[in-house]
Design a protein around this ligand. Structure first.
Ligand code: CS2
Ligand code: MG
Length: 381
């Protein structure tokens, strides 16, 4: 089965998504997600000018080979632009393989290890009272893993002391049962992160996410030396090898890479396998800027691996309304009584894209917040 057609759709049904479409000479079509938040045009150009022309005529069933070709053989490796582009291609090829076999992708990955994938919901807000209220809503819907970020307005400086106090207040209000997650988005220095983690020990977090910036894995040793708090890291890694030192040195407890940035399903499975040997579980990234196609790919992996930990869930239609349903049909569903997501048994990724609707929602340039410290210097968001 040969790749005969490739296309890219930059659409904005509420926010920007970059979707990859691959067609074959047997009429089977696959979809993938190559969205890179705020840098969508760069990935679109990489696909159109470099990757698509080189993909034409290749066998659509040779996913591993195509992955190696675009990761290694083009010489330049990783990076957010090239690896997001590769993610879109990889997911589309798994979608095609599933449709060709008439099986959902999770069956091709070894079959189910669970009936659903437990999710956590964002309950963060600018005040602790609002966070508690959001948590109570989520609990009423069966979700017992809650991200309780205290955050002021999005581009303000994050007060880490307030984060600690707010999280302790949330735990007091909700009692010992719900699992709580805090993401500080790389805004602490190593020793600050160690202090935050130590002060959060009595709260018994499910995990502390992105305590420090992604460049230097040694920083995690400082945190580990001080606190018995589970750590999650990886959403900023774009080359799967970046995750290795953290897993192999057992410096983190959750692999949080994004299937839309590390190269798709193929490297996610390998990373999960490495994690399994170190008793490290997965918590794959599932933010609003991963498209519903990327989310579907992620849930297929969650359902098939033994060391799945938790899945971040975006409820696209609740945030962006009917525009989402205009463009995407199928895809994972949240099941209230379980507090988890599941996919249908449709072949492939089980999600389809309405091309006319996608074309109707035009791209608008946007980017992530760019906060500054009180003295005017650059701060991570
Ligand atoms: C966040 C993301 O979901 C998360 O954990 O860290 O929302 C992140 O800020 C965005 O995906 C950036 O594009
Ligand atoms: Mg995060």
């Amino acid at each position: 089965m040969q790749i005969t057609g490739t296309d890219v759709f930059l659409t904005r049904p509420g926010r920007n998504y970059l979707l990859v479409k691959i067609e074959t000479n047997e009429g089977i079509v696959g979809w993938g997600d190559a969205t890179l938040n705020g840098r969508e045009k760069a990935v679109e150009a990489a696909l159109e000018h470099h990757i698509f022309p080189e993909l034409q005529g290749h066998s659509a069933t040779r996913i591993q080979d195509i992955w190696q070709m675009f990761f290694r053989q083009t010489y330049w490796r990783g990076g957010p632009v090239l690896n997001s582009a590769l993610s879109g291609v990889d997911m589309a090829l798994w979608d095609i393989k599933g449709k060709c076999a008439d099986l959902p992708v999770y069956e091709l990955l070894g079959g189910r290890t669970r009936e659903y994938a437990d999710v956590y919901r964002h309950c963060g807000a600018p005040t602790t009272d609002e966070i508690i209220e959001n948590c109570r809503d989520a609990l009423a819907r069966g979700i017992d893993h809650l991200r309780v970020n205290y955050h002021p307005q999005t581009d303000e400086y994050l007060d880490l002391q307030r984060v600690v106090e707010s999280t302790a207040d949330v735990r007091d209000a909700l009692g010992p049962r719900p699992e709580l997650i805090v993401d500080i988005h790389g805004r602490a220095d190593p020793i600050e992160a160690a202090r935050v983690a130590t002060e959060l020990e009595p709260v018994r977090l499910f995990y502390l996410e992105d305590p420090v910036r992604p460049e230097n894995p040694d920083a995690f040793e400082t945190i580990r030396r001080h606190a018995a708090v589970p750590l999650a890291m990886g959403e900023l890694f774009t080359n799967p090898w970046e995750m290795l030192p953290l897993v192999e040195r057992e410096l983190v407890d959750y692999i949080r890479t994004d299937l839309g940035h590390i190269g798709g399903i193929t490297p996610a499975l390998k990373l999960a396998g490495i994690g399994e040997h170190h008793y490290v579980r997965t918590a794959f990234h599932g933010p609003p800027d991963l498209s519903p196609v990327g989310f579907a790919a992620t849930v297929h992996v969650d359902l098939s691996i033994p060391n799945f930990g938790i899945q971040e869930m975006t409820e696209y239609e609740r945030i962006y309304g009917e525009r989402i349903a205009d463009v995407f049909s199928g895809g994972p569903e949240f099941i209230e009584k379980t507090g988890g997501v599941d996919v249908s048994d449709e072949p492939g990724l089980g999600i389809e894209v309405n091309e006319d609707a996608a074309r109707g929602y035009e791209y608008e340039r946007s980017h992530l917040p760019m906060p500054r410290n009180p003295d005017g210097s650059v701060q991570d968001w």
